[in-house]
Design a protein. Structure first.
Length: 392
């Protein structure tokens, strides 16, 4: 399940590093919400953080164009971690003395979640006696202080005051959440998206698969330490940079060949793609303009079946997207493909299906364990699938 992290950005030149921090937190599966002070907006725009976090950025205590809610209390209660990066001397002085005069300070003091403070300022400011007393007070209140490092500062001075690097902050976040790298040292092969079977020079056969579920599986494998190869067809989403290798294909035959070429050494194979089951017997080179067109179709090669025969010690998870007889069809597919686990989903249900960001699935493994899930974001469904693979 995603951890909700609140990132506070104050008005310092190091605010540009916070954009990288938000991106890095997203990559390890966090649900990131950003609060900016008015001064922070002079360095980085709210739109930057909204684009990275996929969540609205809050900058004002008195916004009236949303459904009413005591916003700072709501964020304070729901956030599982609060990070302030960069944290200016002004912000640290305020919270050390209980001063709440903007959205960030009020939310910070209202939250009982663990807190990380990342100071960034001029060396003389950082070493000032009054500031050090304020910083000590904040630390005594339970906040984790990630001290600044030495280097060339924006003012031209060289000394202590540079904000700690975002990657080091992320490592502390992993430590706090005890994020498990339970697939470290393992290799995962994942398929995603739809394949395309050409009819003529402009038309093709395909299906509604968006690739969202397969990409979510690939990203969570990577977040949890695996080396991931993603073989993907036509998709409406793109994988994040933490996916080690991406192989783009078009037809089912292309996907078949790419999967088998990358199968050796895989510890886990998850077939989340929706390859076309049929392809035209005859493909026309140019656009067909006749008033009627009759197509003869033949079956494509079964990728999952081929993997089931060749997988050796790899654990194979397949998907069974159905419109009727969900569990019966899924169990039969599990048996026929020699898979270790099947993820069954009724694509007719609201909140499930191809283009949704959520899914409703039942996970069945070869040992007979069945786990029926309520509607969940696909990234959380991906974690459930990985957990089920580990149980095998």
């Amino acid at each position: 399940m995603k951890k909700k992290v609140l990132v506070g950005v104050t008005g310092g030149i190091a605010a540009y590093k916070s954009a990288y921090l938000v991106s890095a937190l997203m990559k390890i599966g966090c649900d990131v919400h950003v609060l900016m002070t008015e001064h922070a907006k002079a360095f980085v725009t709210p739109l930057t953080f909204e684009s990275l976090s996929k969540n609205p950025v809050i900058t004002n205590m008195f916004v009236r164009d949303r459904e009413w809610e005591v916003e700072h209390v709501s964020l304070a209660k729901s956030s599982e971690l609060v990070i302030v990066a960069p944290a200016t001397a002004n912000f640290i002085g305020k919270i050390a003395n209980g001063i709440c005069d903007d959205m960030l300070t009020t939310t910070y003091l209202a939250s009982k979640a663990p807190k990380i403070i990342c100071p960034a300022m001029n060396t003389q400011m950082y070493e000032d006696e009054v500031f050090q007393r304020n910083l000590a007070s904040v630390k005594e209140s339970g906040a984790i202080i990630l001290s600044p490092v030495s280097g060339r500062l924006a003012c031209g001075d060289i000394g202590v005051g540079k904000m700690i690097e975002p990657d080091d902050i992320v490592e502390k976040v992993k430590e706090i959440f005890a994020l498990s790298l339970d697939f470290a040292g393992k290799k995962a092969l994942v398929t995603a998206g739809a394949t395309v079977e050409d009819i003529d020079g402009v038309r093709y056969l395909s299906n509604h698969s968006s690739g969202k579920m397969g990409v979510a599986v690939a990203e969570r494998f990577a977040d949890r330490g695996a080396e991931v190869t993603l073989v993907c067809g036509k998709m409406s989403v793109s994988p994040s940079d933490n996916v080690s290798k991406v192989v783009n294909v078009s037809s089912t035959e292309d996907m078949y060949e790419a999967v088998l070429a990358n199968l050796d050494g895989a510890d886990y194979v998850v077939m989340a793609a929706a390859p076309a089951d049929y392809t035209p017997v005859k493909k026309f080179e140019n656009k067909v303009k006749s008033p009627e067109l009759t197509l003869a179709l033949k079956k494509t090669r079964d990728i999952a079946l081929a993997v089931g025969k060749k997988k050796d010690k790899a654990k194979l998870a397949i998907f069974s997207a159905e419109t009727e007889n969900l569990l019966e069809n899924a169990k039969e597919k599990l048996r026929k493909k020699n898979a270790d686990l099947v993820v069954a989903n009724d694509v007719t249900k609201e909140g499930a299906g191809f283009h949704c960001d959520t899914n409703i699935v039942t996970i069945i493994d070869k040992e007979g364990r069945t786990e029926a899930l309520e509607v969940l974001p696909k990234i959380e469904v991906a974690d459930k699938i990985l957990d089920a693979l580990l149980r095998l």
